[in-house]
Every structure is written in C-alpha cells, then in structure tokens.
Design a protein around this ligand. Structure first.
Ligand code: MG
Ligand code: MG
Length: 259
C-alpha cells in the first residue's frame, strides 16, 4: 500500500512481544477479579499501574498524547478512551477496559468488555457477539490474507447479529510503538487492503454498538460516546501473523490460549 510502512518482527521479537502480552493478560485477569458494583475506575487504574510497574514494565497509555491514566474505562454508551474517574460501577453496567503494556520496549494492547453484576440481555448479546467477531478475525490472521479479510470477518459476525460497527475508529499495527501501520478497520471487503505477511503484528479491536455507528468526543476531549446513547462494547487482541498460523500475543480468552 502506498505510503505505509509495515514493520515485521523476527521470531525472537515476537517472543519478546508475547512476554509483554503475557503481563498484559495478568493485568486483565487482575481487573477481572476486581470488577464489581461499587468499585471505581480510579481504583482499577491504580491496581493495574501498580502491577505493570512491579513487573518492570510501563503503562503504554500513560502520557500518550497527554493521556493521564494506565487504563481506558468506558461504560455503557462510551465506546473507548474513558479516563478512569470516581463514579463507581453499578449493577447492570457494561464496561470496556483497555490497557497497554510496554515491556522491554515492546507494546501489547488488549481490551475486554465486562458485565457488572447482572446486565440486560441486550448488553450480553452485544458483549458476546463483539467477542465472537474478534475470535472470527483471529482465524483469518494468516499470511496471504489481507487487512480487508480481517475487517470482513468482524463485520460479518457483527452485522449478522443485528449490531453496528463503529467505523471511525480502527485497529492498528503494534510493535515498538502502540500505533503502527497498517490501519485495521472493523469492516472491509475480502481480498482488499494490505497483505498480511509472516511477522506482522496487528491489534484487532472491534468497537460495536446496539444502535448507530456515529460517535462524538466528550467534553474532556478523550472519551468517545455513541451519538444516539446506544450501548457499546470493545474487545481487543494483539495478534501476530506467522507461517504457523495466528498467534494471539494477549491471550486473555481461553479459546486462544494454546496457540
Ligand atoms: Mg487498546
Ligand atoms: Mg489498540
């Protein structure tokens, strides 16, 4: 693709990124053990930062374009980039939590959507189908496929479920920096876009709503909300494309742990 610079990684570099990813999985497991009604995003952020730094790593988000925290915590109609604050979670919230870890100079990026207590059937459907779309994308992350195949895999699951892709926010290459080429939209046509090759690493991150695709930046200049107030979910893996098949470097879900 014209103008793109895609940096592939050696097997040793992929192992280093996997170590960063393993730490990030531990952070998400810590978060999963803590999320409940009554806990505040600020408490989760502190716990995550403490674990990251205790393991000799750096929270990738903190200071990124001035971002003030280690996590992005985005409840309900908030899609992404929620700055952790003091509003405690309440029963029924659907909360997307995104984290980046930099270990030995390598970034790993992953997001998980959590149900707080018992949520609506609509919220569960949204969370489960967003995850299913991400897992479908993993399957097509093989050399020879193209970025459009990844987007198409996500889009098919989401739209077949009666849900909507947020189109203005996309996934991305990952490596020494958090955002590298190529961009990875969550929609697309099979066979189009940059070719996936051995050693590429991409963050695939479907952002899905129960309503429309339009989003708006909040007054804090960070949080991004659905315009229509509909619910949103966001789940993300950092995935290496290898000749041996997809390698999820942030395997926070059981079905991708053995790859
Ligand atoms: Mg992320
Ligand atoms: Mg990302």
């Amino acid at each position: 693709m014209d103008g793109q610079m895609i940096v592939t990684k050696s097997p040793a570099e992929l192992d280093a990124m996997a170590a960063s990813g393993d730490l990030l999985v531990q952070v998400h497991e810590l978060i999963t053990s803590l999320v409940r009604p009554g806990i505040t995003p600020l408490e989760l952020d502190r716990a995550a930062e403490e674990m990251i730094r205790a393991n000799g790593a750096v929270p990738s988000f903190k200071g990124f374009h001035g971002y003030p925290a280690s996590l992005c915590i985005s409840p309900n109609e908030m899609v992404v980039h929620g700055i952790p604050g003091k509003r405690a979670f309440v029963e029924g919230d659907l909360v997307s939590i995104d984290c980046g870890v930099t270990l030995d100079g390598w970034v790993a990026d992953a997001a998980v959507t959590h149900e707080i207590g018992t949520v609506s059937a609509e919220a569960t459907h949204l969370r489960e189908k967003t995850l299913e779309s991400l897992l479908a994308a993993v399957e097509v992350c093989v050399p020879g496929n193209r970025v459009g195949d990844v987007g198409h895999a996500v889009q098919t699951v989401v739209e077949d479920a009666g849900l909507t892709i947020v189109r203005s926010l996309v996934g991305h290459g990952v490596g020494r920096t958090m955002h590298e080429d190529p961009q990875v939209p969550n929609y697309g046509k099979p066979g189009r876009g940059a070719r996936l090759t051995n050693g590429m690493v991409i963050a695939v991150e479907p952002m899905v709503t129960t309503g429309g695709h339009e989003v708006v930046v909040a007054d804090d200049d960070w949080a991004i909300n659905t315009v229509d107030g509909s619910l949103s979910a966001h789940q993300e893996f950092t995935i290496a494309i290898t000749d041996d098949g997809p390698r999820v470097l942030t395997p926070w879900h059981a079905s991708v742990k053995t790859r």
